[in-house]
Design a protein around this ligand. Structure first.
Ligand code: SF4
Ligand code: F3S
Ligand code: FES
Length: 273
């Protein structure tokens, strides 16, 4: 597996021939479905950081100009490039609606979900790169394993050794509110891969893992808060955070990530939930 080569960007290796010039269906339908008529299309140039270890060890910039509807998503535009310009372009996506968290990428220097960015917000030119701090496997695809290793470490599931009650484990609205914000996480990694501490120190567990620990630490039905707080008090845990706020700015779900981290820090320092 190759770490992301960051030094210099080489010339483009030989690429697949360009496809048809007409605007195809960029709404998540595979090629072959026919082109559609467009009346208000605009031009968008995508400058995409490409990397393919089977071709060479240096990344390069691929540049593609397409026509797209202003209200198309950037993900649609990337699909168009892949399906009609260069089939070797590699990216992850699934839901196309901001739910699965699989298409986080660096868009004009900021982490965002490609399916939540409109073409008109970035036209006429947009730069797209893989998220930072994780090894790049190919083009926009990174190895998420170090990210999920941190997530697994904080026991991201409800722990309760009591016998199950006859009904649900009840909770007051106030008790639920305590961790409501952190239930919204979709594990996109936009926060962790925007954190300078994570870039510089792969051991840092990262904001996403802390958010998911927070979700259970402050859940009145859970019984493993102490275990999680002990894990997060370790060298790789919450005290690595320098309150930079990049994570909060990057979160596509609007989670107050830094606030959640501060709450976990306080719980450790004052031994109080
Ligand atoms: Fe993504 Fe936000 Fe969860 Fe971080 S906290 S993984 S940015 S949804
Ligand atoms: Fe990093 Fe967020 Fe802390 S960006 S330093 S985890 S506030
Ligand atoms: Fe699922 Fe964007 S493709 S969040």
């Amino acid at each position: 597996m190759s770490a992301r080569p960051d030094d210099g960007v080489g010339a483009a290796p030989e690429q697949a021939p360009e496809g048809p010039e007409t605007v195809g269906d960029t709404r998540g339908h595979p090629p072959g479905g026919g082109s559609r008529e467009v009346g208000t299309s605009i031009s968008l140039t995508l400058r995409i950081r490409r990397y393919n270890p089977e071709v060479g060890d240096q990344p390069w910039w691929g540049e593609y100009t397409i026509e797209a509807e202003p209200t198309d998503r950037l993900l649609d535009a990337l699909h168009h490039v892949k399906w009609y310009r260069d089939g070797t372009l590699a990216l992850r996506r699934s839901c196309a609606h901001g739910i699965c968290g699989s298409d986080a990428m660096l868009i004009n220097g900021r982490n965002a979900l490609a399916c939540k960015v409109l073409v008109k917000e970035v036209a006429p030119k947009v730069t797209v790169e893989p998220i930072r701090g994780l090894p790049v496997l190919k083009d926009l695809i990174v190895d998420m394993e170090p990210f999920f290793a941190g997530y697994r470490k904080v026991l991201p599931f409800l722990v309760n050794e009591d016998d199950p009650p006859d009904r649900e484990r009840l909770q007051s609205p106030e008790e639920r509110e305590r961790f409501d914000d952190t239930t919204k996480c979709i594990l996109c990694a936009a926060c962790t891969t925007s954190c300078p501490i994570f870039w510089g120190d792969g051991d840092y567990i990262g904001p996403a893992a802390i958010v998911n620990a927070h979700r259970f630490i402050f859940d009145s039905r859970d019984q493993a808060a102490k275990e999680r707080l002990d894990i997060l008090a370790e060298k790789s845990g919450v005290f690595r955070c320098r309150t930079t706020f990049n994570c909060t700015e990057a979160c596509p779900r609007g989670i107050k990530v830094t606030k959640a981290i501060q709450e976990v820090k306080r719980a450790i320092m004052f031994d109080k939930l």
